[in-house]
Design a protein around this ligand. Structure first.
Ligand code: HEM
Length: 456
């Protein structure tokens, strides 16, 4: 008897009903956050989607995340090309699908994120926070601000200062919309295999090319300036300029450096900004938790500005940031992974060359791992919290070798900015404003976050 005769029949994971030819395309491009939540409730921890000829499984169980991202990560490399972030970030650290060249990049950039260096970055974060508070002090009490824009501005200031020693605060008005447009474009292309190629002058393609021009001009300008400098500064840009291929001794081209700079610039500020925006929303809706946060700040800081050295004494502040990441993870899904060996997961077949996405949002709200999953409760992250959990039930920064390189920086920055604002202000959501999370690679507030900036 042949081997095929013994093989078990294909076990196809549950799937929402698709449409002729396009399959589940509408589920992906309509509102993917809603789709993921709906299908998790209806079908469970593993759901199969068909988009044209592409098969994608969305998984929502920490054991499956462990399988794909950690234990068998070699069999699940990142998807490249049109199906991944490569569209905008080229072969930058986050989007490079080649495990071999990715490892060289990661080793080269890792020292920048070492704890010792982070402490020095803390001072730059404090300074950027102080600049924001100074701007706000010029506003009348309870002025209306776009909190999402304010958070993007401060985190953009921080990423440029800490990684590239550049002051770009004056350029925020141009850069922030360009990042948003580029990320929107990548989101559209990743989820829509029928999108027209870049050279076609569609409205979307033209908008992206315009955004790319703005970003490239900023980045190539930085590279040119630094190449002309006589003294090294010792930041990430210097590291990239000095990096040499171990075998050939070759240095990186401007285009390679551009991809890395764009990656760190985009991945390193929008994510933290969006988390903080949702944290202010949650605190506005839960004044009792805000009071608890402010009690900690008042007791530890006694009115002075927070610094990185205060963080070990501000555990509740970090808990608030973590709980905001749990409910509104800035990266709601991992990047798609390609199945390079046909295998089974959760008893279902994952065909060769199909894709797997881990739903971080569903993991963070999984009722088997979280009590009252929708409740905002920072005490879940208290050191003495009596809640044994699967170690991947909370994974805002991903897992395995391709886990976020900036996780410690993000937590430090998030806690410091929470402290520096909550110390002085009670930001209050404008009454009647409907907060609607949307996914465009990152999770953000669809119609912004208008808030009254009330002084304490
Ligand atoms: C709250 C803030 C942040 C969140 C929630 C977040 C989340 C994530 C997640 C989930 C991944 C893994 C993606 C995957 O497996 O497909 C990732 C990767 C990455 N993140 Fe972050 N991130 C944050 C902040 C930052 C910061 C501050 C930086 C840089 C300064 C950064 C740079 C990167 C890079 C370069 C990667 C790719 C790592 C690799 O593939 O080796 N992120 N991030």
């Amino acid at each position: 008897m042949t081997e095929t005769a013994y093989a078990s029949p294909a076990l196809i994971a549950p799937s929402p009903r698709g449409r002729l030819l396009i399959g589940n395309l509408h589920d992906f491009i309509d509102d993917f956050l809603v789709t993921m939540e709906r299908d998790f409730i209806n079908h469970g921890d593993i759901v199969r989607y068909q988009i044209g000829s592409r098969i994608v499984h969305v998984v929502s169980h920490p054991d499956y995340a462990q399988h794909v991202l950690v234990e068998h990560q070699r069999d699940f490399p990142k998807v490249g090309g049109n199906g991944g972030l490569q569209i905008i970030a080229g072969n930058g650290l986050i989007s490079n699908p080649s495990p071999e060249s990715w490892l060289i990049q990661r080793r080269m950039m890792q020292p920048m994120f070492h704890r010792k260096r982070l402490a020095a970055m803390g001072e730059k974060i404090d300074a950027a926070g102080a600049r924001m508070i100074q701007r706000w002090q010029a506003l009348p009490d309870a002025a209306t601000i776009d909190m999402d824009h304010e958070m993007l501005q401060v985190t953009l200031d921080i990423i440029m200062q800490t990684m590239f020693s550049a002051d770009m605060l004056g350029e925020v008005g141009k850069l922030a919309p360009a990042v948003t447009a580029a990320v929107d474009y990548a989101n559209y292309r990743i989820f829509n295999p029928f999108s027209l190629p870049l050279p076609m002058p569609t409205r979307r393609n033209r908008a992206y090319m315009q955004a790319r021009k703005v970003l490239d001009s900023m980045i190539f300008g930085l590279i040119k300036q630094r190449r002309a400098a006589t003294e090294p500064v010792g930041d990430l840009l210097d590291m990239l300029l000095e990096a040499q291929d171990a075998e050939t001794g070759e240095r990186m081209s401007d285009e390679q450096i551009r991809d890395e700079v764009l990656t760190i610039f985009a991945a390193g500020h929008e994510t933290t900004a969006n988390t903080l925006t949702f944290a202010w929303y949650l605190l506005s809706e839960h004044p009792e938790i805000r009071s608890q946060l402010q009690a900690e700040l008042d007791q530890v800081l006694q009115g002075r500005a927070p610094s990185v050295n205060d963080l070990p004494n501000l555990p509740y502040t970090l808990q608030v940031f973590k709980e905001a990441m749990r409910l509104y993870p800035a990266a709601p899904i991992t990047g798609p992974r390609r199945v390079t060996k046909p295998t089974q997961l959760g008893g279902y077949d994952l065909p060769l060359n199909s894709q797997v996405i881990v739903s971080i949002t569903n993991l963070h709200r999984h009722p088997a791992f979280w009590e009252n999953p929708l409740q905002f409760d920072p005490s879940r992250f208290a050191p003495n919290a009596n809640q044994p959990r699967h170690h991947l039930a909370f994974m805002p920064f991903g897992a395995g070798p391709r886990k976020c390189i900036g996780n410690n920086l993000a937590e430090m920055e998030g806690a410091l900015l929470l402290a520096c604002v909550a110390q002085h202000y009670n930001p209050q959501l404008q009454p009647g404003h409907q907060v609607k999370p949307e996914m465009a690679i990152t999770m953000r507030a669809k119609d912004g976050m208008p808030m009254f900036l009330k002084r304490r």
